[in-house]
Design a binder for this molecule. Sequence first.
Ligand code: PMP
Length: 384
Amino acid sequence: MERIYLDHAAAMPIDPRVLEFAEGYLKDNFGNPSALYSVGLEAKRAIEEARKKVAELINAENAARIIFTGSATESNNLAIKGTALRNIGKGKKVAASAVEHMSVLNPMKELQKNGFEFNLVPVDATGIIDVENLNDILTKDTTVTSIMYANNEIGTIEPIKEISEIVHEKGLYLHVDATAAAGRIPIDVQTDGIDLLTLSSNDMYGPRGAGAVYIKQGVRLQSILPGGGQERGLRSGTENVFAIAGMGEAARIAKAEMAQESTRLSGIRDALISEILKIDKSYLTGHPTQRLPHHASFRFSRIEGESILLNMDTLYNIQVSTGSACSSKTLEPSHVLMAIGLKHEEAHGSMVITLGRLNTSEQIPHITKAVDETVQRLRKLSPL
Ligand code: PMP
């Protein structure tokens, strides 16, 4: 049975073009970018070229605004803790939306344990930030507000420009986790009004082991990883040149192919949504139109997401998700689904499809048949 992989939010294959571009930095061009001889200079040049390509993907003012890290998790930690700690003189409050990834919520909770006030901004039933509530929550003491560009579990795209206007009216900093959105939809940090932005290499077909933070000119951060002073002293440690060079090339390809690829994938997404919603008592989660082009998320009453996942995998060789890869280790319902107002039993029946470059429209009938048969089979067995 041909494998149909539909969980690109959890992991993606590296693009073969990216691998070909970057593998030389694991082999011949292995030098340390801080070394002054030729092999070192070559590695340094590769990093600066990657910085430029990443800056271009998000229309940063210039390449120097990009700091490379090891992952999106690390970027979120640096942006949030680094900014909050450096600006402690201005206030000890931070805020984030209730649907943020754990790599945003947990650094905020850590700050809370250390004496900061942490405010959670609610969302509506489609996952869109309650903008009025945000306005009420923010005060002059709120140094960092973190709102994601788009949600990885329900695909909802947030009105970032509107949010940034509210944050900036109060003279505060906005951090945006763009891990799920980057390379999928256009991001322009200048017109969107973003002060800090998180990016991940492995969420855009780059190698694992690289992330980046965009830091607008004038935003001051404290390092959370002191050491040899690489990346302008904000992220010490010998650079992972292979992953960084690969991330740059992945960003370049994503920018060049985004318009065409998102049109192609949104066609498959819409066909899947309309077919799967024909199943009795099936519902779309997230926003019906303001959603990522590759993202389709559902819930089915009276069955468990874990059983859907295992049935789809073992009987059809189709890999789907049942929420975030992180929270699926616990049996707790996803905090995202709880934040959009679902009851525990409703949140347990979720299934998330995230499409990628290898998916085609020919796969649609096979996927919808597999989902339909799985749901019917599990409902027959369900004690609920
Ligand atoms: N933010 C979002 C929105 C994510 O979906 C993820 C997971 N891909 C992360 C942050 C963390 O990424 P990583 O585990 O690669 O650090």
